[in-house]
Write a protein that binds this ligand. Sequence first.
Ligand SMILES: [Zn+2]
Length: 355
Amino acid sequence: MFNTVHEDGLQRSGSFQTRAGLVRTPTFMPDGTRGAVKSLTPEQVASTGVDVVLANTYHLHLQPGEGTINKLGGLHDFTKQRLPLLTDSGGFQVFSLAHINKINEDGVTFKDPRTGDKIFLSPEKSIQIQFELGADMMVAFDDVVALDAASRGRTLEAFERTHRWLERSLAEFQKLSKKCTQAERPLLFGVVQGGLDKDLRRRSLEIVQSLPVDGIAIGGLSVGESREEMHDMLNYLGPLYDADRPRFLLGVGDPIDLRYAIEHGIDMLDCVIPTRNARHGTAWVEGDARIHLTNAKYIDDSSVIDPGCDCTTCQSGYSRGFLCHQFKVKEPLAGTLTSIHNIRYLQRICESYRR
Ligand SMILES: [Zn+2]
């Protein structure tokens, strides 16, 4: 399904079709965690040139619930986001945010942090939620372990369970998409796990690639390991990917890591970093340097964030001085304008590799 346009070593550019439109790669995908990329309208998101927006199964399941979103026409109609939408499985948030009561072969029981209600998520349930939300791309539910806390035994257990859960996710996906025509069918990504163990990673990738999933997702990186360890693993996995499926690295968005990942065969990345940094006044400029717009030295600076940038914030001429002032008086517009710049910054990197 992946159409390679150009290859150079491990690095490649290409495209693939989803039911909501074409995705050109490499591409950065901003996180619309609760149905919105924080403080941005869909029009502002589209102005950054991104092809895909993420939404979060865990958060939307808890609030307002997939039933409500479905009643309001599904995620596209509900959010007015026209770009292809990818939902994650909810697994990462369950394991990192929720108070877990029980994990067993069936799935995970955890407490809703807001209401205290008991919630159960399983491979089948996660796929059902993603279908009800109306996602164009879905991710299979995996068993996630924190690298630092994981014993070898727990890593192995999660590794083996992730593949059993992938087969269940795939069966549920095939059941629910049976009546879809090829043009209506969403896509399913299987997740590769294995922590920092190269042998486990290679076996995990082989298992995921042996199944009829549409895309490969690399999970469990950028979760506390060093940059060198993450790069070493991406370098190791680079030559092992199938050519015909898109490869998605979850949760990575620092420009240095983004470049490294793309140069080692990754096609798609997502992260909250550009918008989170922006809300705190941090912007990327030429050469991957960071400037902190809250710094008092910018208050009388008439230049835009980055004179070489083509984002609507820089092109409209908003000065560092104006942004510094708006950050100081806690005006949300400052975060919005800087978010547009930061997302565009990452997307420009992706576009430079496409060229
Ligand atoms: Zn800009």
